[in-house]
Design a protein around this ligand. Structure first.
Ligand SMILES: Cc1cc2nc3c(=O)[nH]c(=O)nc-3n(C[C@H](O)[C@H](O)[C@H](O)COP(=O)(O)O)c2cc1C
Length: 262
């Protein structure tokens, strides 16, 4: 995994959680691996960790406001979204998770998230009851359904001294998640993979055959996973129907089987 994050552009979104101090360790670990880190912090986040610490560790000015000066210049979230190889939001508060799930773009972090074409990783951090609340869980499910990667919090003693699930995952583990993601992605990048799906029929004579009940779900699930880990280029699926079965030649795309996903 040594070089996998080298020269990767990572946007690190930091929000108003007591776990924001861990972002300093995260930046150090990412920079040590050769990644370039651009911090975007929410206004509440700045109450928990100073932009000076973050800009010093990342060697980049920290972005927080839409308008950095009173001279008409503004920060361009769209460019930032395109620059990134990955966006990581760590720690992610319940509030930010809710805004991401519902497109409430009232700060630089959320506008950057909405503009981001790169994979997004979210590391929640909050009290156990906030994390367990159906509203938080629904928002997380929503983010998953958008294709975001949720890095589950761990259980343990929380800042409130209560014990339960809600502690942000440790920085080294978060870096390991990114490394695993990029290593599997680079193995499949630009590869074209043919996956056969569905039943096969073996001809016995002109009117009879031996077949099976395969639904094809396994093949399409494999194709979807390959598509997620590859470099999605096209939205077409090429179905070739052969005498011996259905061969789905699926380019590495975000294509979804209509029968399975409506
Ligand atoms: C001391 C303190 C610690 C907090 N820690 C958390 C936290 O870990 N997780 C969380 O979801 N909210 C936490 N909050 C509440 C958030 O700071 C608050 O919801 C804020 O509006 C989040 O804004 P943001 O998501 O835009 O950064 C905390 C508040 C205080 C005062």
């Amino acid at each position: 995994m040594g070089e996998i994050l080298k020269n990767k552009h990572i946007i690190l979104g930091i929000t108003g959680s007591i776990a924001a101090y861990k972002a300093a360790y995260l930046i150090r670990a990412l920079v040590k691996k050769g990644a370039e880190v651009q911090v975007v912090i929410t206004p509440a986040g700045k109450e928990f960790i100073t932009p000076l610490t973050l800009s010093t560790l990342s060697s980049h000015p920290v972005i927080s406001e839409f308008f950095s000066n009173r001279d008409g210049t503004w920060n361009i979230h769209v460019d930032l979204g395109l620059w990134a190889d990955a966006m990581l939001i760590a720690p992610a508060t319940a509030s930010t998770i809710g805004k991401m799930a519902n497109g409430i773009a009232d700060n630089m972090l959320i506008t950057t998230y909405l503009s981001c074409k790169a994979p997004v990783f979210v590391a929640p951090a909050m009290d156990l009851d906030m994390f367990a609340h159906p509203s938080t869980q629904q928002n997380l499910d929503r983010l998953r359904s958008f294709g975001n990667h949720i890095i589950e919090p761990t259980s343990g003693e929380l800042a409130s001294h209560l014990v339960g699930k809600g502690r942000m995952e440790e920085p080294d583990q978060i870096v390991a998640v990114l490394e695993t993601y990029f290593s599997t992605q680079s193995q499949l990048e630009k590869k074209k993979i043919v996956i056969t799906a569905g039943p096969t029929y073996e001809k016995i004579d002109p009117v009879r055959f031996i077949g099976n009940y395969s639904s094809g779900k396994m093949g399409f699930a494999l194709a979807e996973t390959c598509a997620q880990q590859g470099d999605a280029q096209s939205n077409e699926a090429d179905h070739n129907h052969h005498l011996t079965g259905i061969h789905a030649a699926v380019p590495l795309t975000g294509w979804r089987h209509p029968a399975l996903h409506g």
